[in-house]
Design a protein around this ligand. Sequence first.
Ligand code: SAM
Length: 312
Amino acid sequence: MASDDAVRATNDDAAQCKRFAVEKGYWQDPFITLLTQRSQNKHAPEISRGYYARVMAMRTLLQKFIKMTDGNCQVVNLGAGFDTTYWLFKSNGIKAKSFVEMDFPTVTSKKCFFIRKGEALLNAIASDEDIQISKSEIHGQDYHLVSANLRDIKEVERKLHDCHLDKSLPTVFIAECVLVYIDSDKTKVLLNWITENFTSALFLNYEQVNMQDKFGEVMIENLKQRDCSLPGVSACASLQAQKIRFTDTGWEAADGMEMTNIYKSLPHADVHRVEKLEFMDERELLDQLFSHYCIVWAWKDPNNIGLGSIDL
Ligand code: SAM
């Protein structure tokens, strides 16, 4: 049985790896230092490059969605951890009607604490409107931070209801390295609930893939040693298995790419810049890592607003 504490701790890892990469110059993010402390560890260049590819690709897809809908849309980040996309996008004039972040209460209360403390974070939410802040939740005009266990669909439903989402508005759901920590049956309930309740929706899922081979076994073993098992790993057997999970739960279609190909599709000039930041003597390790992660995106678009044309 996975310890939820160990799962929640994966957020500290992700946030510290992102901060480390930002400080090395992989990408710019003035908000990450307000949400996480400097890592005690030095991270290998392969790790930072992996995070660079993940962050760039997820943000590209999200930005395409927001642009396509002219901002008349909603974003729901499931297992958001200390993600900073809301602040980065808003400071660049990229806005959705509502941006919701959901995670376990232990994680959202820490995020609440940092938001209260970080003037730039709080000001972006409370610029001109009332804001309600409790110990673990925030409700602003266009930003909501709510606590829920994603395994409990009733709680997810109730918390999204508190955010006054409009279920007829195009809505993108994001899960960045989250679903693998949830039992596959519970994920199915969640994915199904979305398609049953939202008229037009997109799902962006960054997750492990090709986990049936030797390298995958080592990855699973490493997490187990930290008391963190991966009950959702059966859906990560292949890219096809990742897509089927969506088409089996009411999504119209799904597409996706392994990170190996996503990395090749990123803007070449920026990749060139990034590759000069740190010397890497284990290129094979990076290739292995990239072939074990993917992004799958799925859509439901009965009004033909073009969600099926979003890609990298
Ligand atoms: N998405 C963030 C990112 O990419 O930086 C955080 C990723 S971290 C690896 C996984 C996150 O999912 C953690 O914040 C964890 O608390 C959250 N999570 C996992 N299972 C969850 C569940 N059942 N309910 C709510 N949050 C969950």
